[in-house]
Design a protein around this ligand. Structure first.
Ligand code: FMN
Length: 140
């Protein structure tokens, strides 16, 4: 089965409290677990960063749900590509609060979308490298 990964950033329509985030995650995780979508969501300073992965049809369905949500806007896609294997096997949607500096860095990194002529599905983009570095440093 071909696995696809998507990364994007967006702005929250209004500032999210931790209760707002919790109720969003309950909905998100229930759906993701049912269809087999894994990934991680970051929130900080009114901005979201999300990476999610799964079978292409499921990824596309979830992406449509995400784009339809009124809880955020100004969605900017960083990466949409086929990947050799899942990176987040057990996270039906991990969550971390992230400082503005980390979100800023992720937005500036090079993601695969900027190099569509590269056919190599096996290497991690510099953006993904930065994301994994942040997750390692904030491991719970
Ligand atoms: C930041 C963000 C991330 C989301 N991630 C997912 C996801 O991983 N899987 C999913 O099925 N839906 C996801 N959604 C969609 C929500 O679960 C829900 O369908 C949507 O927020 C409902 O629409 P509403 O926000 O306009 O009420 C996400 C929504 C937002 C705002």
């Amino acid at each position: 089965m071909d696995i696809f990964g998507v990364a994007y950033m967006s702005r929250a329509t209004r500032l999210m409290s931790s209760e707002d985030i919790d109720s969003l995650l309950v909905d998100v995780r229930a759906n993701n677990e049912a269809i087999g979508i894994t990934g991680v969501l970051l929130y900080g300073d009114g901005r979201f960063f999300q990476y999610f992965e799964g079978a292409q049809a499921d990824v596309d369905n979830v992406y449509a749900r995400i784009r339809d949500s009124k809880r955020h806007h100004h969605i900017v896609e960083m990466e949409y590509r086929q990947i050799p294997q899942r990176l987040f096997r057990k996270w039906f949607m991990g969550f971390r609060e992230a400082p503005a500096s980390v979100l800023q860095k992720l937005s500036q990194q090079q993601w695969a979308r900027e190099r569509p002529w590269v056919e190599d599905h096996s290497t991690e983009s510099p953006g993904m490298h930065e994301l994994l570095k942040f997750l390692d440093s904030s491991a719970k």
